[in-house]
Design a protein around this ligand. Structure first.
Ligand code: NAD
Ligand code: 44H
Length: 464
């Protein structure tokens, strides 16, 4: 079967890719960007006729996405799976792909290009190379960038490009992090300080916060086969997504940008209440279903949420523990939001693997769960259900042989002395609570939190 390309185009994208010039760079061209920001950017171009916002995608680690997209002239499709028949749309907004490991200098040069005024990134939590609330200056890759090689880390790439630009840039983080924009600004600022030189243009560089939402599981061979059936040509770069799409962006830009609001995004002065509601409700319950679901042997989130006990616990996590910590933005009904989240998780066509959502727990827990635990403890409450989610992560860390986590060696060494079956619950809890890159001293010292963890770990290991 022939391959999707300009000459094999069964369904044309809504935008004419030939007409687009590159005005935007994206770091971390994984599945999510292709199903989210690239789609909104294309819709904005269609709505306005503005042709300046073609995208250069940057593959940060492997050349896989470049090798998928290059033979397809950058074209790919989004396979949308709701409750009815799937639909498919070809997207043309990504105009080229650079691979950072092959040519780090080209990445910096493209971000520094005066035609580029805005960029986005989705490089996962670990891509920020933070330790606690600051840049991890002990990270060997950060040290190598600081020593002057063509930068390979995200923060190093951004700093090098910012320093080269006469005009300030706007950098929009689209990762699931608390105050993602300001956090990234702090990391880049610390990098410049470590270099001993903060360029003047940094002051005017903007890092708006943004809340992103669309469930986009990793693409499988079955997805590629379905895309081929629907398109009549093969698309190696297809991404699968649910119909729901939300992007709330802080309206703080240094220069020109795509009219994202015309593509469905919301521009606002304060993203924090949106972001907090999403991370604490959706992402925390997602992770809880992933850990409890994986422990019960469920392959996908949809299977896990069809287990009535797990669905009840996810609901309880949101209503009992999370909602009391939130100040929702005007117009967001938290009870209805929680219902919608569970309905979205139940979408059987998505096949989001529990093990995919469960990965990188050491960097996800602090963002998704531990803020809620802290707020409830401070309020004198017993955060029972959210602590069950943390306990499930602990048992998962213990039971999973090839743990997919940037801190796997540290976590596994913390529990190395425990028996591989039926570890004493208190010993497992104390060993993992002592990992100070995950748990801050206030949480480590809370007897309420520890006792709840021990109870839950005991229950999970005896009656999973
Ligand atoms: N997939 C979703 O449903 C979804 C929804 C909302 C937000 N997000 C955000 O997008 C991120 C990426 O999700 P995805 O589905 O595209 O995943 P993916 O695995 O398809 O892509 C991950 C991207 O991050 C890059 N990356 C990974 N580790 C890195 C590191 N150490 N340094 C630099 N870059 C690194 C990879 O090169 C790749 O481009 C998530 O971690 C999350 O923050 C995803
Ligand atoms: O993408 P990750 O691995 O950071 O997290 C897994 C999911 O919880 C997450 O991607 C959600 O699907 C997403 O945040 C929904 O908008």
């Amino acid at each position: 079967m022939s391959r999707l390309s300009f000459t094999n185009l069964p369904v044309a994208p809504e935008v004419d890719p030939h007409a687009l010039s590159v005005g935007m760079v994206h770091l971390g061209i994984g599945a999510f960007h292709r199903a989210h920001q690239a789609v909104v950017t294309e819709r904005a171009a269609v709505a306005t006729g503005d042709t300046r916002w073609g995208i250069t995608g940057v593959s940060q680690r492997s050349a896989t996405v470049r090798d998928q997209l290059a033979p397809q002239d950058g074209l790919y499709s989004v396979l949308e799976r709701g409750l009815g028949e799937p639909s498919i749309q070809v997207i043309g907004s990504i105009r080229d792909v650079l691979t950072a490991p092959d040519d780090p200098e080209a990445v910096v040069a493209r971000i520094a290009d005066p035609a580029v005024s805005v960029m986005t990134l989705t490089v996962t939590e670990k891509g920020y190379r933070a330790a606690g609330t600051g840049l991890d200056l002990n990270d060997p890759e950060i040290q190598a960038d600081l020593a002057g090689r063509p930068p390979r880390t995200v923060v190093g790439q951004l700093a090098a490009a910012i320093a080269r630009r006469p005009e300030p840039l706007t950098i929009v983080s689209c990762d699931n992090l608390v105050a993602n924009g300001p956090f990234l600004r702090k990391l880049v600022g610390e990098y410049f300080e470590a270099l001993g030189k903060v360029p003047e243009v940094f002051e005017a560089t903007r890092f708006p916060a943004s809340m992103v939402d669309r469930i986009v599981p990793a693409t499988t061979e079955a997805d590629r086969a379905e895309a081929a059936r629907l398109l009549g040509v093969r698309d190696e770069a297809v991404v699968v997504a649910e119909p729901f799409l939300q992007w709330v962006i802080e309206d703080d830009f240094a220069g020109d940008r795509p009219a994202w609001e015309r593509g469905g995004a919301v521009l606002t002065r304060d993203v924090a209440p949106w972001e907090q509601a999403k991370l604490r409700m959706l992402n925390a319950s997602h992770s809880m279903l992933a850990y409890l679901g994986a422990l019960r042997g469920y392959e996908t989130i949809a299977e896990a949420v069809r287990d009535e006990e797990l669905a009840r616990l996810a609901q309880q996590l949101m209503t009992d523990d999370v909602v009391p910590t939130l100040s929702p933005p005007a117009g967001l009904d938290l009870a209805a939001y929680g219902e919608t989240v569970l309905e979205r998780f139940a979408n059987p066509a998505l096949k989001h693997r529990t093990r995919q959502v469960a990965m990188d727990g050491s960097v996800k827990l602090p963002v998704r769960m531990l803020g809620t635990v802290r707020d409830r403890l401070t309020a004198g409450a017993e955060p029972r259900t959210i602590t069950l989610a943390v306990a499930a992560w602990m048992v998962y860390v213990h039971q999973t042989p090839n743990l997919d986590d940037p801190q796997a060696p540290r976590l596994k060494s913390a529990i190395a002395n425990l028996p591989t079956t039926s570890p004493p619950p208190a010993a497992l809890v104390d060993a993992l609570l002592a990992v100070d890159s995950v748990f801050t001293p206030d949480l480590r010292d809370s007897t309420v939190f520890r006792d709840l963890l021990v109870d839950h770990v005991a229950a999970l290991t005896t009656h999973p």
